[in-house]
Design a protein around this ligand. Sequence first.
Ligand code: S3P
Length: 450
Amino acid sequence: MSGHGTPIPMTSRPCGPLNGIANVPGDKSISHRALILGALAIGETRITGLLEGEDVLDTAKAMRAFGAEVTDHGGGEWSVHGVGVGGFAEPENVIDCGNSGTGVRLIMGCMATSDITATFTGDASLNKRPMARVTDPIALFGAQSVGRSGGRLPMTIVGAAEPMPVRYTVPMPSAQVKSAVLLAALNAPGKSVVIEKEATRDHTERMLQGFGAELTVEQTDEGRVITLTGQPELKAQTIVVPRDPSSAAFPVCAAIITPGSDVLIPNIGLNPTRAGLFTTLREMGADLTYENEREEGGEPVADLRAKFSPDLKGIEVDPARAASMIDEYPVLSVVAAFAAGDTVMKGVKELRVKESDRIDAMAKGLRANGVTVDEGEDWWVVKGLGHGNVPGGGTCASQLDHRIAMSFMILGMATQKPVSVDDGSPIATSFPIFEPLMAELGAQLVRSNA
Ligand code: S3P
């Protein structure tokens, strides 16, 4: 859990070229889902390459609390003995999901159609985030919930004793909400239908199919229509977690803005529902190539090579791509500061309800470092200054948000003066090896203010 310990102030100093190989950790979204579906399967699921960040470790603990046997064999190898769909036990204690919106929302979904009650809480960031987006659809199955005002955690969910199947259109582009509804539908009899108007990351659908659920996806005028037949017997699987494109984004962007850099980032999952940042960077003129493109475990994978790119230009990012890069806007806004001209990001209201209000957090921190940012409710514009011209020298609030802390550490690698954050401790939620990995490439990160 983050946000409970002592803050870790961090500073990133302008550095020489970044060079070498960046082996980033496993995918966070896939790691959560592997533990959860493993817990709902019959038999032993083996997982390799699991992200051992705090968010995922909190999900592992939660699965134990619901009765699954989860074992860490070391070196990213885990096993889960599942209890079967509908087999969750009632937890004896409050489930603390730490900083993780994905963890809490997916777990609320998968217990909502069992005849048990569970209470959820999180850190100061998670306890501010909206949960009605999950409690509204699980109420259709028959689950009840009581939380704090505004649908905030801590919150108790009373699962439906006799769940009914549902047909639900997800009102916002959210893979967490879609996944929560699908996981709830697992223990409802008959066919449930979940519709999303815009495609979001599809790891839950792919993995449910892999575990043997009957799930179909159809593209219609309404959007992506997902039909799941409830109460399947999920069969334990062997899962190799690909490396996280959202973590790869940090060394990629660092190399692009730091003069002389050439960094290889191997084995990155390039599922089209996740790879929007890389397309956007190439449109901006970044020297980013895919090497050794291949398929692994049903997912497209490549080695990324990112090099210093002196002629970046600001662009208007296609809003249709927003869901496929939603976690990457903070670090994109850093690259945008080094581009010539404006980078316009529209259709990104969801950024306001992440681990922090990410538009606000990045706008404040960029301004503190001499970059002009304009913003509205669902858009923002970064006015690029071009290479060598970004002043830096500011201290930024990470607001308990790992991606904000890491983005400002990347900023400081190519500014004129160092950049600091008040608290880098949230980085451990998703990228526990960020500091040694970046240092190995040549970054100059220190724990303390400049
Ligand atoms: C995630 C979905 C996204 C993303 C989050 C991980 C997931 O959230 O921001 O980091 O694993 O389903 P939303 O569903 O709220 O967009």
